[in-house]
Write a protein that binds this ligand. Sequence first.
Ligand SMILES: NC(=O)C1=CN([C@@H]2O[C@H](COP(=O)(O)OP(=O)(O)OC[C@H]3O[C@@H](n4cnc5c(N)ncnc54)[C@H](OP(=O)(O)O)[C@@H]3O)[C@@H](O)[C@H]2O)C=CC1
Ligand SMILES: Nc1c(N[C@@H]2O[C@H](COP(=O)(O)O)[C@@H](O)[C@H]2O)[nH]c(=O)[nH]c1=O
Length: 386
Amino acid sequence: MPYPYVLLSAAVSLDGYLDDTGPERLLLSSPADFDRVDEVRASVDAILIGAGTIRADNPRLLVNSPERRAARVAAGRPAYPLKVAVSGSGDLDPEAKFWHTGGEKVVYTTDKGAERARRVGLGLGGADGGGADVDVVAVGVGLDWRRVLEHLHDVRGVERLMVEGGGTVHTQLLQQGLADELQLVLAPLFVGDPKAPRLFGPGAYQGGRLRLVETRRIEDVVLMRYEPTAPGAGSLPSAADRRWLSLACELATRCPPSSTAFSVGAVIVAADGTELARGHSREGDDPVVHAEEAALAKIEAGDPRLASATVYSSLEPCARRASRPVPCAGLILEAGVRRVVTAWREPDTFVAGADGSGLLAGAGVDVVVLDEYETSAKAPNRHLVG
Ligand SMILES: NC(=O)C1=CN([C@@H]2O[C@H](COP(=O)(O)OP(=O)(O)OC[C@H]3O[C@@H](n4cnc5c(N)ncnc54)[C@H](OP(=O)(O)O)[C@@H]3O)[C@@H](O)[C@H]2O)C=CC1
Ligand SMILES: Nc1c(N[C@@H]2O[C@H](COP(=O)(O)O)[C@@H](O)[C@H]2O)[nH]c(=O)[nH]c1=O
Protein backbone atom coordinates (compact mmCIF):
# COMPACT_ATOMS: atom_id res chain seq x y z
CA MET A 1 0.00 0.00 0.00
CA PRO A 2 1.63 3.32 -0.95
CA TYR A 3 2.23 5.88 1.79
CA PRO A 4 2.90 9.60 1.41
CA TYR A 5 6.51 10.74 1.20
CA VAL A 6 7.23 11.59 4.85
CA LEU A 7 9.52 14.56 5.50
CA LEU A 8 10.44 15.23 9.14
CA SER A 9 11.29 18.87 9.86
CA ALA A 10 12.80 20.24 13.07
CA ALA A 11 15.20 22.81 14.46
CA VAL A 12 17.45 21.93 17.43
CA SER A 13 19.84 23.68 19.76
CA LEU A 14 23.52 22.73 19.87
CA ASP A 15 22.69 20.51 22.85
CA GLY A 16 19.88 18.74 20.99
CA TYR A 17 16.76 20.39 22.39
CA LEU A 18 13.61 21.33 20.47
CA ASP A 19 12.46 24.00 22.87
CA ASP A 20 13.10 25.32 26.37
CA THR A 21 10.64 25.03 29.24
CA GLY A 22 9.48 28.65 29.14
CA PRO A 23 5.93 29.60 28.16
CA GLU A 24 6.93 31.03 24.75
CA ARG A 25 8.01 28.89 21.78
CA LEU A 26 11.81 28.99 21.45
CA LEU A 27 12.84 30.40 18.08
CA LEU A 28 15.67 28.20 16.89
CA SER A 29 15.39 28.95 13.18
CA SER A 30 16.65 32.27 11.81
CA PRO A 31 14.26 34.53 9.83
CA ALA A 32 15.50 33.16 6.50
CA ASP A 33 15.12 29.64 7.79
CA PHE A 34 11.53 30.27 8.85
CA ASP A 35 10.98 31.46 5.28
CA ARG A 36 12.53 28.19 4.00
CA VAL A 37 10.13 26.26 6.28
CA ASP A 38 7.29 28.28 4.75
CA GLU A 39 8.49 27.24 1.30
CA VAL A 40 8.56 23.58 2.34
CA ARG A 41 5.05 23.91 3.79
CA ALA A 42 3.88 25.38 0.49
CA SER A 43 5.28 22.34 -1.35
CA VAL A 44 3.41 19.65 0.60
CA ASP A 45 -0.12 18.30 0.67
CA ALA A 46 -0.33 18.06 4.46
CA ILE A 47 1.47 19.12 7.65
CA LEU A 48 1.30 16.86 10.72
CA ILE A 49 2.01 17.60 14.37
CA GLY A 50 1.44 15.86 17.68
CA ALA A 51 -1.04 17.10 20.27
CA GLY A 52 1.91 17.97 22.55
CA THR A 53 2.99 20.66 20.10
CA ILE A 54 -0.56 22.05 19.87
CA ARG A 55 -0.64 22.28 23.68
CA ALA A 56 2.88 23.75 24.01
CA ASP A 57 3.00 26.15 21.05
CA ASN A 58 -0.57 26.85 19.98
CA PRO A 59 0.70 26.93 16.36
CA ARG A 60 -1.21 27.98 13.26
CA LEU A 61 0.95 26.07 10.75
CA LEU A 62 0.07 28.21 7.76
CA VAL A 63 1.72 29.00 4.48
CA ASN A 64 2.47 32.59 5.41
CA SER A 65 3.54 33.92 2.01
CA PRO A 66 0.57 35.17 -0.08
CA GLU A 67 2.62 34.52 -3.25
CA ARG A 68 3.14 30.89 -2.29
CA ARG A 69 -0.54 30.45 -1.49
CA ALA A 70 -1.45 32.03 -4.84
CA ALA A 71 0.95 29.68 -6.63
CA ARG A 72 -0.69 26.71 -4.94
CA VAL A 73 -4.13 27.87 -6.03
CA ALA A 74 -2.90 28.55 -9.57
CA ALA A 75 -1.67 24.95 -9.64
CA GLY A 76 -5.14 23.71 -8.69
CA ARG A 77 -4.26 22.99 -5.06
CA PRO A 78 -5.88 24.39 -1.92
CA ALA A 79 -4.23 27.58 -0.65
CA TYR A 80 -3.19 25.79 2.56
CA PRO A 81 -2.03 22.22 3.05
CA LEU A 82 -4.27 19.90 5.06
CA LYS A 83 -3.41 20.21 8.78
CA VAL A 84 -3.12 16.89 10.60
CA ALA A 85 -2.95 16.31 14.35
CA VAL A 86 -2.46 13.06 16.27
CA SER A 87 -3.64 12.54 19.82
CA GLY A 88 -4.17 9.45 21.93
CA SER A 89 -6.07 11.18 24.71
CA GLY A 90 -8.25 13.56 22.70
CA ASP A 91 -7.15 16.27 25.14
CA LEU A 92 -7.43 19.04 22.57
CA ASP A 93 -8.32 22.65 23.22
CA PRO A 94 -11.12 23.57 20.80
CA GLU A 95 -9.99 27.20 21.00
CA ALA A 96 -6.45 26.38 19.78
CA LYS A 97 -5.42 28.36 16.69
CA PHE A 98 -4.74 25.09 14.86
CA TRP A 99 -8.51 24.56 14.35
CA HIS A 100 -9.38 28.15 13.43
CA THR A 101 -6.78 29.05 10.82
CA GLY A 102 -5.81 27.75 7.40
CA GLY A 103 -7.66 25.12 5.40
CA GLU A 104 -8.92 21.65 6.19
CA LYS A 105 -8.00 19.82 9.38
CA VAL A 106 -8.03 16.21 10.41
CA VAL A 107 -7.22 14.65 13.77
CA TYR A 108 -6.36 10.98 14.18
CA THR A 109 -7.17 9.76 17.64
CA THR A 110 -8.30 6.71 19.58
CA ASP A 111 -11.98 5.81 19.96
CA LYS A 112 -11.91 7.27 23.48
CA GLY A 113 -9.99 10.32 22.26
CA ALA A 114 -12.59 10.90 19.55
CA GLU A 115 -15.38 10.87 22.15
CA ARG A 116 -13.47 13.39 24.24
CA ALA A 117 -12.68 15.62 21.25
CA ARG A 118 -16.29 15.58 20.13
CA ARG A 119 -17.45 16.44 23.66
CA VAL A 120 -15.62 19.77 23.34
CA GLY A 121 -17.07 20.41 19.90
CA LEU A 122 -14.31 19.21 17.56
CA GLY A 123 -15.57 17.38 14.51
CA LEU A 124 -19.17 18.34 15.02
CA GLY A 125 -19.18 20.80 12.14
CA GLY A 126 -20.61 23.63 14.27
CA ALA A 127 -20.20 27.08 12.81
CA ASP A 128 -18.58 28.47 15.97
CA GLY A 129 -17.77 25.32 17.94
CA GLY A 130 -14.28 24.88 16.58
CA GLY A 131 -15.47 21.82 14.72
CA ALA A 132 -16.28 23.69 11.52
CA ASP A 133 -14.17 21.61 9.17
CA VAL A 134 -12.29 19.25 11.48
CA ASP A 135 -12.49 15.60 10.53
CA VAL A 136 -12.09 13.50 13.68
CA VAL A 137 -10.93 10.02 12.65
CA ALA A 138 -11.18 7.37 15.36
CA VAL A 139 -8.57 4.67 14.79
CA GLY A 140 -9.42 2.14 17.51
CA VAL A 141 -7.78 1.57 20.88
CA GLY A 142 -4.32 2.67 19.75
CA LEU A 143 -2.80 4.71 16.97
CA ASP A 144 -0.97 2.72 14.30
CA TRP A 145 1.22 5.01 12.22
CA ARG A 146 0.97 2.82 9.13
CA ARG A 147 -2.81 3.06 9.23
CA VAL A 148 -2.61 6.83 9.63
CA LEU A 149 -0.26 7.14 6.64
CA GLU A 150 -2.41 4.80 4.57
CA HIS A 151 -5.52 6.79 5.41
CA LEU A 152 -3.82 10.07 4.56
CA HIS A 153 -2.72 8.67 1.22
CA ASP A 154 -5.80 6.75 0.19
CA VAL A 155 -8.59 8.86 1.66
CA ARG A 156 -7.10 12.36 1.74
CA GLY A 157 -4.90 12.02 -1.36
CA VAL A 158 -1.73 13.09 0.46
CA GLU A 159 1.42 12.38 -1.57
CA ARG A 160 3.85 14.56 0.41
CA LEU A 161 3.57 14.93 4.17
CA MET A 162 5.64 17.36 6.24
CA VAL A 163 5.91 16.44 9.93
CA GLU A 164 6.69 19.43 12.16
CA GLY A 165 7.15 17.51 15.40
CA GLY A 166 7.34 17.37 18.23
CA GLY A 167 9.93 14.94 19.50
CA THR A 168 7.48 12.18 20.39
CA VAL A 169 6.12 12.05 16.86
CA HIS A 170 9.52 12.39 15.16
CA THR A 171 10.98 9.62 17.32
CA GLN A 172 8.21 7.17 16.47
CA LEU A 173 8.26 7.83 12.73
CA LEU A 174 12.02 7.45 12.56
CA GLN A 175 12.16 4.36 14.77
CA GLN A 176 9.38 2.68 12.79
CA GLY A 177 11.23 3.24 9.52
CA LEU A 178 8.49 5.50 8.16
CA ALA A 179 10.50 8.67 7.52
CA ASP A 180 11.73 9.27 3.98
CA GLU A 181 13.76 12.33 4.88
CA LEU A 182 14.87 14.35 7.89
CA GLN A 183 15.38 18.11 7.48
CA LEU A 184 17.27 19.16 10.57
CA VAL A 185 18.32 22.70 11.37
CA LEU A 186 21.08 23.22 13.92
CA ALA A 187 20.80 26.57 15.73
CA PRO A 188 23.82 28.16 17.45
CA LEU A 189 22.43 28.32 20.97
CA PHE A 190 22.21 26.14 24.07
CA VAL A 191 19.16 25.23 26.16
CA GLY A 192 20.92 23.36 28.96
CA ASP A 193 17.73 22.34 30.77
CA PRO A 194 17.23 18.56 31.04
CA LYS A 195 13.48 19.09 31.44
CA ALA A 196 13.27 20.62 27.96
CA PRO A 197 12.00 18.42 25.08
CA ARG A 198 14.59 16.64 22.99
CA LEU A 199 14.24 15.91 19.30
CA PHE A 200 14.84 12.16 19.54
CA GLY A 201 14.07 10.06 22.60
CA PRO A 202 15.52 6.70 23.58
CA GLY A 203 14.62 3.51 21.72
CA ALA A 204 15.64 1.33 18.80
CA TYR A 205 16.87 3.31 15.82
CA GLN A 206 18.36 1.92 12.65
CA GLY A 207 21.95 0.75 13.12
CA GLY A 208 24.57 2.26 10.85
CA ARG A 209 24.54 5.69 9.33
CA LEU A 210 21.88 7.73 7.61
CA ARG A 211 22.78 9.21 4.24
CA LEU A 212 23.64 12.91 4.30
CA VAL A 213 22.11 14.39 1.14
CA GLU A 214 22.60 18.12 1.67
CA THR A 215 24.04 20.76 3.99
CA ARG A 216 23.11 24.42 3.59
CA ARG A 217 24.10 27.49 5.58
CA ILE A 218 21.09 29.76 6.17
CA GLU A 219 22.20 32.90 8.05
CA ASP A 220 23.53 31.50 11.35
CA VAL A 221 21.85 28.08 11.18
CA VAL A 222 22.79 25.00 9.19
CA LEU A 223 20.25 22.83 7.42
CA MET A 224 21.16 19.17 7.15
CA ARG A 225 19.07 16.78 5.07
CA TYR A 226 19.36 13.07 5.78
CA GLU A 227 17.76 9.93 4.37
CA PRO A 228 17.34 6.82 6.53
CA THR A 229 18.93 3.79 4.87
CA ALA A 230 17.90 0.71 6.86
CA PRO A 231 15.74 -1.97 5.24
CA GLY A 232 12.46 -2.83 6.94
CA ALA A 233 12.00 -6.00 8.96
CA GLY A 234 10.09 -9.07 7.80
CA SER A 235 7.07 -8.26 5.70
CA LEU A 236 6.91 -4.62 6.85
CA PRO A 237 8.36 -2.22 4.30
CA SER A 238 10.34 0.82 5.48
CA ALA A 239 10.71 4.13 3.68
CA ALA A 240 14.30 3.09 2.89
CA ASP A 241 13.00 -0.11 1.24
CA ARG A 242 11.20 2.07 -1.26
CA ARG A 243 14.32 4.08 -1.99
CA TRP A 244 16.49 0.97 -2.48
CA LEU A 245 13.87 -0.63 -4.73
CA SER A 246 13.70 2.55 -6.72
CA LEU A 247 17.50 2.34 -7.16
CA ALA A 248 17.13 -1.29 -8.35
CA CYS A 249 14.60 -0.07 -10.94
CA GLU A 250 17.02 2.64 -12.03
CA LEU A 251 19.83 0.05 -12.41
CA ALA A 252 17.52 -1.96 -14.67
CA THR A 253 17.66 0.88 -17.19
CA ARG A 254 21.45 0.44 -17.49
CA CYS A 255 21.24 -3.11 -18.91
CA PRO A 256 22.53 -3.76 -22.44
CA PRO A 257 19.36 -4.19 -24.52
CA SER A 258 18.07 -7.67 -25.30
CA SER A 259 15.07 -9.13 -27.08
CA THR A 260 15.47 -12.50 -25.39
CA ALA A 261 15.89 -11.56 -21.70
CA PHE A 262 14.55 -9.09 -19.14
CA SER A 263 16.44 -6.01 -17.98
CA VAL A 264 16.63 -6.16 -14.20
CA GLY A 265 18.47 -4.25 -11.47
CA ALA A 266 19.39 -5.51 -7.99
CA VAL A 267 20.91 -4.09 -4.81
CA ILE A 268 21.93 -5.99 -1.67
CA VAL A 269 21.76 -3.99 1.55
CA ALA A 270 22.89 -4.96 5.06
CA ALA A 271 20.51 -4.57 8.01
CA ASP A 272 22.30 -1.38 9.10
CA GLY A 273 21.67 0.26 5.72
CA THR A 274 25.13 -0.36 4.21
CA GLU A 275 25.02 -1.16 0.52
CA LEU A 276 26.88 -4.46 0.03
CA ALA A 277 26.63 -4.79 -3.76
CA ARG A 278 24.60 -3.93 -6.80
CA GLY A 279 24.19 -5.45 -10.23
CA HIS A 280 22.20 -5.47 -13.41
CA SER A 281 21.39 -7.95 -16.16
CA ARG A 282 24.17 -8.64 -18.71
CA GLU A 283 26.63 -6.44 -16.87
CA GLY A 284 30.32 -6.63 -17.71
CA ASP A 285 31.02 -9.00 -20.55
CA ASP A 286 28.58 -11.68 -19.50
CA PRO A 287 25.62 -11.78 -21.92
CA VAL A 288 23.47 -13.97 -19.66
CA VAL A 289 24.26 -12.86 -16.11
CA HIS A 290 21.22 -11.85 -14.03
CA ALA A 291 21.11 -8.82 -11.75
CA GLU A 292 20.87 -10.69 -8.42
CA GLU A 293 23.54 -13.14 -9.55
CA ALA A 294 25.88 -10.30 -10.55
CA ALA A 295 25.35 -8.54 -7.22
CA LEU A 296 25.77 -11.70 -5.10
CA ALA A 297 28.98 -12.55 -6.94
CA LYS A 298 30.54 -9.35 -5.57
CA ILE A 299 30.06 -10.43 -1.93
CA GLU A 300 32.27 -13.03 -0.34
CA ALA A 301 30.38 -16.28 0.33
CA GLY A 302 29.73 -16.59 4.06
CA ASP A 303 29.80 -12.82 4.68
CA PRO A 304 28.03 -12.68 8.06
CA ARG A 305 25.99 -9.64 6.96
CA LEU A 306 24.11 -11.70 4.34
CA ALA A 307 21.91 -13.46 6.92
CA SER A 308 20.25 -10.18 7.88
CA ALA A 309 20.54 -8.47 4.49
CA THR A 310 17.79 -7.59 2.03
CA VAL A 311 17.97 -8.22 -1.72
CA TYR A 312 16.12 -5.62 -3.80
CA SER A 313 15.30 -6.74 -7.30
CA SER A 314 13.19 -4.86 -9.85
CA LEU A 315 11.82 -8.21 -11.11
CA GLU A 316 11.25 -11.10 -8.72
CA PRO A 317 14.25 -13.47 -8.63
CA CYS A 318 14.03 -16.19 -11.27
CA ALA A 319 12.85 -19.67 -10.31
CA ARG A 320 14.15 -21.56 -13.36
CA ARG A 321 16.70 -20.80 -16.03
CA ALA A 322 18.38 -22.49 -18.97
CA SER A 323 21.62 -20.50 -19.04
CA ARG A 324 22.84 -21.42 -15.52
CA PRO A 325 22.47 -24.43 -13.23
CA VAL A 326 21.03 -22.46 -10.30
CA PRO A 327 18.31 -19.79 -10.63
CA CYS A 328 18.60 -16.52 -8.71
CA ALA A 329 16.06 -17.63 -6.06
CA GLY A 330 18.38 -20.59 -5.40
CA LEU A 331 21.47 -18.36 -5.25
CA ILE A 332 19.70 -16.14 -2.71
CA LEU A 333 18.85 -19.16 -0.56
CA GLU A 334 22.41 -20.49 -0.85
CA ALA A 335 23.74 -17.09 0.26
CA GLY A 336 21.54 -17.27 3.36
CA VAL A 337 19.59 -14.07 2.60
CA ARG A 338 16.19 -14.08 4.36
CA ARG A 339 14.46 -11.02 2.91
CA VAL A 340 13.69 -9.97 -0.67
CA VAL A 341 11.88 -6.84 -1.87
CA THR A 342 10.68 -6.73 -5.44
CA ALA A 343 8.49 -4.60 -7.69
CA TRP A 344 7.20 -6.94 -10.35
CA ARG A 345 6.09 -10.57 -10.48
CA GLU A 346 7.58 -12.39 -13.47
CA PRO A 347 5.21 -12.63 -16.45
CA ASP A 348 5.06 -15.77 -18.65
CA THR A 349 7.15 -14.13 -21.41
CA PHE A 350 10.09 -16.53 -21.24
CA VAL A 351 9.20 -19.07 -18.54
CA ALA A 352 5.62 -20.15 -17.88
CA GLY A 353 4.53 -20.07 -14.25
CA ALA A 354 7.84 -18.81 -12.87
CA ASP A 355 7.24 -18.21 -9.19
CA GLY A 356 10.51 -17.09 -7.63
CA SER A 357 8.62 -15.34 -4.85
CA GLY A 358 6.72 -18.53 -4.01
CA LEU A 359 9.94 -20.55 -4.05
CA LEU A 360 11.62 -18.11 -1.69
CA ALA A 361 8.60 -17.75 0.60
CA GLY A 362 8.29 -21.54 0.73
CA ALA A 363 11.85 -21.64 2.07
CA GLY A 364 10.97 -19.11 4.80
CA VAL A 365 12.24 -15.95 3.12
CA ASP A 366 10.18 -12.77 3.64
CA VAL A 367 9.19 -11.57 0.18
CA VAL A 368 7.76 -8.07 -0.07
CA VAL A 369 6.20 -6.99 -3.37
CA LEU A 370 5.89 -3.19 -3.69
CA ASP A 371 3.79 -3.07 -6.82
CA GLU A 372 3.70 0.72 -6.90
CA TYR A 373 7.17 0.31 -8.52
CA GLU A 374 5.93 -2.15 -11.15
CA THR A 375 5.63 0.50 -13.87
CA SER A 376 9.18 1.63 -13.23
CA ALA A 377 10.48 -1.99 -13.23
CA LYS A 378 8.69 -2.67 -16.52
CA ALA A 379 9.93 0.53 -18.23
CA PRO A 380 13.14 -0.94 -19.74
CA ASN A 381 11.19 -4.10 -20.73
CA ARG A 382 8.34 -2.52 -22.66
CA HIS A 383 9.52 -4.10 -25.93
CA LEU A 384 9.03 -7.50 -24.25
CA VAL A 385 5.81 -7.06 -22.32
CA GLY A 386 4.05 -4.09 -23.92
N1 LIG B 1 12.07 23.14 17.26
C1 LIG B 1 11.20 22.54 16.49
O1 LIG B 1 11.43 22.40 15.29
C2 LIG B 1 9.94 22.04 17.07
C3 LIG B 1 9.74 22.06 18.41
N2 LIG B 1 8.64 21.49 18.95
C4 LIG B 1 8.54 21.45 20.40
O2 LIG B 1 8.31 20.10 20.79
C5 LIG B 1 7.58 20.12 22.01
C6 LIG B 1 6.45 19.12 21.93
O3 LIG B 1 6.96 17.83 21.71
P1 LIG B 1 6.26 16.55 22.34
O4 LIG B 1 5.85 16.88 23.72
O5 LIG B 1 7.14 15.41 22.10
O6 LIG B 1 4.91 16.46 21.56
P2 LIG B 1 4.41 15.98 20.14
O7 LIG B 1 4.03 17.16 19.34
O8 LIG B 1 5.30 14.97 19.52
O9 LIG B 1 3.03 15.30 20.56
C7 LIG B 1 2.99 14.16 21.37
C8 LIG B 1 1.55 13.77 21.51
O10 LIG B 1 1.04 13.31 20.26
C9 LIG B 1 0.15 12.24 20.47
N3 LIG B 1 0.79 11.03 19.98
C10 LIG B 1 2.02 10.90 19.44
N4 LIG B 1 2.22 9.62 19.09
C11 LIG B 1 1.12 8.94 19.40
C12 LIG B 1 0.72 7.59 19.29
N5 LIG B 1 1.52 6.68 18.74
N6 LIG B 1 -0.48 7.23 19.74
C13 LIG B 1 -1.30 8.15 20.29
N7 LIG B 1 -0.99 9.45 20.43
C14 LIG B 1 0.20 9.84 19.97
C15 LIG B 1 -0.03 12.16 21.98
O11 LIG B 1 -1.09 13.05 22.26
P3 LIG B 1 -1.98 12.98 23.59
O12 LIG B 1 -1.09 13.43 24.70
O13 LIG B 1 -3.10 13.93 23.31
O14 LIG B 1 -2.42 11.56 23.74
C16 LIG B 1 1.31 12.65 22.48
O15 LIG B 1 1.30 13.10 23.82
C17 LIG B 1 7.11 21.52 22.22
O16 LIG B 1 7.88 22.11 23.25
C18 LIG B 1 7.37 22.23 20.91
O17 LIG B 1 7.72 23.58 21.05
C19 LIG B 1 7.65 20.96 18.19
C20 LIG B 1 7.79 20.94 16.82
C21 LIG B 1 8.95 21.44 16.15
N1 LIG C 1 10.51 26.54 16.96
C1 LIG C 1 10.70 26.21 15.69
C2 LIG C 1 9.75 25.45 14.98
N2 LIG C 1 8.60 25.07 15.56
C3 LIG C 1 7.50 24.53 14.75
O1 LIG C 1 6.77 25.61 14.17
C4 LIG C 1 5.41 25.54 14.58
C5 LIG C 1 4.76 26.90 14.68
O2 LIG C 1 4.63 27.43 13.42
P1 LIG C 1 3.70 28.72 13.16
O3 LIG C 1 2.32 28.29 13.45
O4 LIG C 1 3.91 29.03 11.73
O5 LIG C 1 4.19 29.78 14.09
C6 LIG C 1 5.53 24.86 15.93
O6 LIG C 1 4.36 24.34 16.39
C7 LIG C 1 6.53 23.81 15.66
O7 LIG C 1 5.95 22.72 14.93
N3 LIG C 1 10.01 25.12 13.69
C8 LIG C 1 11.15 25.51 13.07
O8 LIG C 1 11.37 25.16 11.90
N4 LIG C 1 12.05 26.26 13.74
C9 LIG C 1 11.88 26.61 15.01
O9 LIG C 1 12.75 27.30 15.56
